[in-house]
Write a protein that binds this ligand. Structure first.
Ligand code: ATP
Ligand code: MG
Length: 148
């Protein structure tokens, strides 16, 4: 089934803005003329929620969280980028393992399940999830769906 990714994203942005920290601004932008995608809306929504929840949790007040979607001839991408604590290089290869938490989380609460869910749901949708991260600079997650 297909749904409107821009409409969903605007709803998610509004909801997540309510649970963001003081002066954390979630900036949503879409690129492309098309806004409909043929994906499982509930699985994708859950992935985006988890990634934005992490961006909120692992970054400070007075920061921007960039949420971008793009639909083009190649397919669809979803990007969530923060300017938060980042992920230490030696922890990065374990990030999608259940219950794994990076060593710089301090007393920030969490169970280490969110990203494992994102990885499994993305796999179910035939997509892939990638990230880049630099400690004390920030993290960017990208979910990519390539057209068959
Ligand atoms: P929860 O199960 O509630 O989501 P969690 O946030 O600890 O708990 P994950 O979402 O799976 O678990 O993330 C795993 C770990 O990856 C986190 O504990 C944190 O160390 C690191 N991490 C994930 N997203 C970010 C991010 N945006 N910035 C910095 N570290 C992150
Ligand atoms: Mg999480």
């Amino acid at each position: 089934s297909s749904f409107d990714l821009v409409k969903l994203s605007e709803e998610i942005t509004e909801e997540m803005q309510l649970v963001a920290k003081q002066n954390q601004h979630i900036i949503y932008q879409h690129t492309g003329k098309e806004s409909m995608v043929s994906l499982d809306q509930n699985l994708l929504k859950n992935c985006i929620f988890n990634l934005i929840a992490n961006a909120i949790k692992y970054s400070g007040e007075n920061t921007f969280i960039e949420y971008n979607t793009e639909i083009n001839e190649q397919g669809c991408t979803v990007i969530i980028k923060d300017n938060g604590i980042g992920i230490p290089e030696k922890d990065q290869k374990h990030l999608f393992e259940p219950f794994f938490r990076a060593h710089n989380t301090g007393n920030i609460p969490g169970t280490g399940l969110g990203l494992n869910i994102v990885a499994r749901y993305t796999y179910l949708m035939n997509g892939r999830v990638d990230f880049t991260s630099i400690v004390n600079q920030g993290t960017s997650f990208t979910i990519t769906f390539t057209k068959a």
